[in-house]
Design a protein around this ligand. Structure first.
Ligand SMILES: Nc1ncnc2c1ncn2[C@@H]1O[C@H](COP(=O)(O)OP(=O)(O)OP(=O)(O)O)[C@@H](O)[C@H]1O
Ligand SMILES: [Mg+2]
Length: 267
């Protein structure tokens, strides 16, 4: 059997007394696209952040291509990595955030070149050629010399995607990549993500765009109260549902309500 690109084993995460994730396990195979659904506050972002060690899980381990994130194995034991080793390891998973997080004082091209130059210490000419090819891929070669504040939100997000790809990650994690965008800018970003998925780049995507998730993803995971309560093939998602409509539903008996909520998304 091939090793999953990402294998999250029994991830729990608490902030103080607040338990945000409880025993979440997920395997993502090479080339698979998995969407993560759930209401606001259910723990989706925290789970993504645990995958690439932006948050250290309180318990459980994430393996990327079989390597434990945040640890090295020695004599059958897991030894925590230093902060520097951890950030070096983080490059194996690309991350695209809701708020693009570009470096404002760098041009578009410099944003894409920065990590391969600084972290991987690769030759500038190669990095530049690859960065230009990536900008071409996201439809922004013409903006290479522009600064982020001159770009629309959709363009900035496409630069952020190119920047994530520049590190040649094993998988890309998207956290609501279109929810900060004006509606007319969403489709260009979704088109870029669709093309990545079609090229079989392994992806995990948190999204409220249920129709899009159904169209491009292989599988969905539904998180409620920090646990996976439902999962299945993405075809089961009903196209018209908008998860945002559920914000504000009081959580009285989370699991019971979840069954109903999940039901609203499933055909
Ligand atoms: N650094 C933190 N410190 C304390 N609590 C946190 C922290 N990060 C997240 N939380 C809490 O964890 C819970 C889950 O947050 P998370 O951001 O993972 O939810 P989410 O599913 O991504 O929600 P949304 O759809 O609104 O983005 C929330 O109650 C949040 O307040
Ligand atoms: Mg979130």
């Amino acid at each position: 059997m091939t090793v999953p690109v990402i294998s999250a084993r029994h991830i729990s995460k608490s902030f103080g007394l607040h338990k945000v994730l409880e025993d979440v396990s997920l395997d993502v195979a090479q080339g698979e696209a998995v969407c993560l659904l759930g209401r606001s506050g259910s723990g989706k972002s925290t789970f993504l952040r645990c995958l690439n060690m932006l948050e250290r899980p309180s318990s459980g381990v994430v393996f990327v291509q079989g390597r434990p994130m945040g640890y090295r194995e020695r004599g059958g034991k897991l030894i925590p990595l230093s902060a520097a080793e951890e950030s070096e390891q983080r490059r194996h998973l690309g991350m695209v955030f809701q708020q693009f997080n570009l470096f404002p004082h760098f041009t578009v091209l410099q944003n894409v070149m920065e990590a391969p130059l600084r972290v991987l210490r690769r030759p500038r000419a190669d990095v530049r050629d690859e960065a230009m090819a990536l900008l071409e891929r996201v439809g922004l070669a013409g903006k290479a010399g522009a600064y982020p504040n001159r770009l629309s939100g959709g363009e900035q997000q496409r630069v952020a995607i190119a920047r994530a790809l520049a590190m040649k990650p094993e998988a890309v994690l998207f956290d609501e990549p279109t929810s900060a965008l004006d509606p007319e800018l969403v489709s260009d970003v979704l088109a870029v993500i669709r093309s990545l998925v079609e090229s079989r780049i392994t992806t995990v995507i948190v999204t409220h765009e249920i129709g899009f998730a159904r169209e491009i993803c292989d599988r969905f995971i539904f998180i409620e109260g920090g646990s996976i309560v439902e999962e299945g093939p993405a075809e089961r998602l009903s196209g018209g549902a908008v998860l945002g409509e559920l914000v504000g539903v009081p959580v009285v008996a989370a699991r019971e309500i979840t069954a109903r909520i999940a039901g609203a998304f499933l055909t």
